[in-house]
Design a binder for this molecule. Structure first.
Ligand SMILES: Cc1cc2nc3c(=O)[nH]c(=O)nc-3n(C[C@H](O)[C@H](O)[C@H](O)COP(=O)(O)OP(=O)(O)OC[C@H]3O[C@@H](n4cnc5c(N)ncnc54)[C@H](O)[C@@H]3O)c2cc1C
Length: 393
């Protein structure tokens, strides 16, 4: 069990900006995390185990595809969905990653680019957690620049034949379906999405071992060797790299909120620890100016991050959000959370490196979160391109 019970972080009456429904989503998710995730997560992290037993309960609570409407989805607003991911990531970034992938990278592309038949077939089962999905865009040689991808789809008699390798794929080996992005040879190498059942001959998933980050999440490499899929596997409305980038935008939005959760966990732990840990003249370390300065930095940055997330969420809910807004949210909030984790690690001294406290786990997790879904620097370039009109990629 954790050393401290989470007390929440609200310095400027942020909660007064939220509706009753938004608070309800936040509070019920917080309770779920307290009861089901906090007691087991350090051991999962130590053992490198994804807590698969939580998939069904999370499905029953409507966590998957929560901001989609119909097809068994909860139909939450984007702010409610953001608060959900915040609480999930206060639990663990790996758990939030699972939900982000299932929701934003598997259900969203089916919802946005799929046929009615595909939506009816897959979305209710994915929403309940009866089926698990993964998203294959990154390749061993193409990460930040997916336009170079080598995975190819070739038209066959009654479908397509897929060949290629995908790398760093969350939930790869536990997925029932993979959303695979490939260049279609017969369509001038246009990038299109396919729903590929993972039990098709020629499909293989092998886990990445030796990860020091997101240890409570499955990460795999996918290999597709002459995998034959029917024509009905193609997401008919997908076309060009814009399609996977639209999915990433959905996921990055959730990450921007999620990072606040990890930061809150680190700050709250450091604040409580500093109150009871005594050094010099039998005084709590919280009485030292240098410790206070770190805590003040953390709560200030968390507060700014909350306001940024809420405004981007409100823009998303009114259909006004732009991709550069989401880039700023992802870039700033993940950086902020990582800095909070590093400062909290400092404040806990030697205890900061042990898994009696959540700090080191968040710190290591956030190193991945800073890299995936567009690295910190790539988001800088996206914002730079937007404000100057000049691409610097
Ligand atoms: C745990 C984990 C889970 C993941 N899950 C998924 C998943 O489910 N599905 C999926 O498709 N992918 C997934 N990814 C992959 C992730 O999206 C990529 O790692 C990410 O896009 C970065 O690619 P890369 O690692 O190849 O780094 P690279 O693209 O090789 O970049 C390396 C460095 O170079 C910098 N760089 C690159 N280009 C430029 C430039 N033009 N200007 C300045 N700097 C530049 C980058 O910012 C970075 O610092 C996951 C990754 C991790 C770590």
């Amino acid at each position: 069990m954790p050393a401290f019970k989470f007390k929440g972080v609200d310095f400027i009456e942020f909660d007064s900006l939220l509706s009753q429904d938004e608070l309800l989503v936040r509070d019920t998710t917080r309770k779920f995390i307290e009861e089901n995730v906090i007691p087991i997560i350090e051991l999962c992290n130590r053992e490198g185990r994804f807590p698969r037993e939580l998939v069904k309960p999370m499905g029953e609570l409507g966590y998957f595809g929560a901001n989609l409407k119909g097809y068994g989805c909860a139909g939450m607003s984007n702010v409610e969905y953001g608060l959900l991911t915040q609480e999930l990531e206060r639990g663990d970034s790996g758990l939030r990653s699972f939900v982000s992938v299932q929701s934003a990278l598997v259900m969203y592309p089916i919802y946005a680019f799929g046929s009615e038949e595909q939506k009816k077939k897959w979305l209710p089962a994915l929403a309940k957690g009866e089926k698990i999905g993964c998203f294959g865009l990154t390749e061993p040689d193409f990460g930040s620049n997916p336009s170079g991808m080598r995975t190819r789809a070739k038209k066959a008699a009654d479908g397509y034949i897929l060949n290629g390798e995908k790398m760093w794929i969350t939930s790869g080996s536990i997925a029932n379906i993979a959303i695979v992005w490939a260049k279609v040879e017969d369509e001038n190498n246009k990038v299109r999405g396919f729903i590929v059942e993972t039990d098709r001959p020629g499909f293989k998933a092998d886990d990445v071992h030796g990860k020091w980050s997101l240890r409570a999440s499955v990460t795999s490499g996918l290999s597709l060797q002459d995998v034959t899929v029917p024509a009905s596997s193609l997401l008919p409305e997908s076309g060009g790299l814009k399609s996977p980038l639209m999915c990433l935008n959905q996921a990055r939005y959730g990450i921007g909120w999620g990072a606040i959760g990890a930061a809150m966990s680190c700050y709250d732990t450091a604040l409580q620890y500093a109150g009871f840990r005594k050094q010099f003249r039998d005084q709590p370390i919280a009485s030292h100016q240098l410790i206070q300065e770190k805590l003040v930095w953390m709560v200030t940055e968390i507060t700014k991050a909350q306001l940024l997330a809420l405004q981007v969420g409100r823009l998303k809910d009114t259909g006004k959000v732009q991709h550069q807004h989401i880039s700023m949210l992802k870039k700033n909030n993940v950086w902020m959370a990582l800095e909070c984790a590093r400062l909290a690690r400092d404040i806990l001294g030697a205890n900061g490196i042990a898994d009696d406290y959540p700090i080191m786990r968040h710190l290591m997790n956030l190193e991945s979160v800073k890299t995936y879904e567009g690295t910190h620097d790539i988001h800088t370039l996206i914002i730079g391109s937007n404000i100057t009109g000049i691409d610097a990629f």
